[in-house]
Design a protein around this ligand. Structure first.
Ligand SMILES: [Fe+2]
Length: 309
């Protein structure tokens, strides 16, 4: 089996010549893993996917982990996390954007960012494709880092940033709140929907990818709260806030993004230590189901504030 690799728009790559139902040799596994680290995000189309072969395929990239939030895990396949729009949980993820009701929209984020130990990556497969909307966006924070000017790169080497977990989008400092209103059932605190709470997680403003060695910008809008002790590095609070505003705007540039419009048989895999992602959401009543498997993060990329000994 020989793979063909075609870069997607801006970031990531589409891999063809792969069949999820064929055994994956050690050689092929090494090739897929190398492509994953090279491109950060891979798309494989036209696959006959089942929960079992998705789980087996995902294990090529590392041991799998169960999501700490048990709310959406599948009973038959605990490794599988079912992301569903158009079901009975819609009310909790419905909000208004410029007057329009949208289900399941999520800002740019890194999964488990708030734990200081993000998972290594994830595999998404299309179970039910939304009739409209329902795109998943991917943003390459290694490419975003490379595009920074040298002065900013030098400054970021010294800084740490804190991420503060919260349930209310309007409490997040760096997401775009223009025209946003929570829905009537939007949770106001983690326990409202059975989530645990998390203390702040602190990360280097730029980190070195543990496997590829690439520098990755550690700035992602969701939960981003502040630069740690900016005065120690010659920045006033005002300058630190403006720096984060500038960097968040930088990560929103389309040069670093690929938005995936799902088709039946699609499988998408990303490296969560490098690639942020988002979802555009769907209109109420639109059915969309994505099965997700998660590759374990065995490395602390950040630290939990207050947990140091
Ligand atoms: Fe996510």
């Amino acid at each position: 089996m020989s793979l063909t690799v075609k870069p997607l728009a801006n970031i990531g790559a589409e891999v063809s010549g792969f069949d999820i139902n064929e055994p994956v040799s050690d050689e092929l596994a090494a090739e897929l893993k190398a492509l994953w680290y090279e491109h950060g995000m891979l798309l494989i189309r036209g696959q006959a996917i089942t929960p079992e072969n998705q789980i087996a395929f995902s294990r090529v990239f590392g041991p799998l982990e169960m999501h700490p939030l048990k709310v959406n895990t599948s009973d038959e396949n605990p490794e599988l996390f079912v992301l569903e729009n158009g079901g009975d949980k819609d009310q909790y993820s419905t909000a208004f954007y410029k007057g329009e009701k949208i289900v399941g929209r999520l800002d740019w984020h890194i999964d488990l960012h708030y734990t200081a130990k993000p998972n290594h990556g994830a595999v998404l497969t299309a179970v039910t494709v939304a009739a409209e909307d329902g795109l998943t966006g991917f943003g390459d924070l290694a490419k975003a880092y490379d595009a920074l000017d040298d002065d900013t790169k030098a400054l970021l080497e010294k800084l740490e940033v804190a991420y503060s977990f919260s349930m209310q989008r309007r409490h997040m400092r760096y997401v775009n709140l223009e025209g946003y209103e929570p829905g009537p059932y939007s949770p106001t605190k983690p326990s409202d929907i059975g989530f645990p709470d998390f203390p702040d997680a602190v990360y280097p403003a730029v980190h070195t990818h543990p496997i590829s060695g690439r520098k990755v910008l550690g700035i992602v809008e969701q939960f981003l709260d502040r630069v740690m002790t900016p005065q120690q590095f010659g920045l006033s609070n005002d300058e630190a806030i403006e720096l984060l505003e500038r960097l968040v705007a930088h990560t929103r540039k389309s040069d670093f993004h690929y938005f995936h419009q799902w088709q039946q048989g699609d499988l998408v895999l990303w490296d969560n230590w490098r690639i942020m992602h988002c979802t555009t959401g769907t209109k109420p009543g639109i059915r969309r189901v994505i099965n997700r498997t998660t590759i374990e993060g065995n490395t602390m990329l950040g630290r939990v504030l207050g947990a140091e000994v």
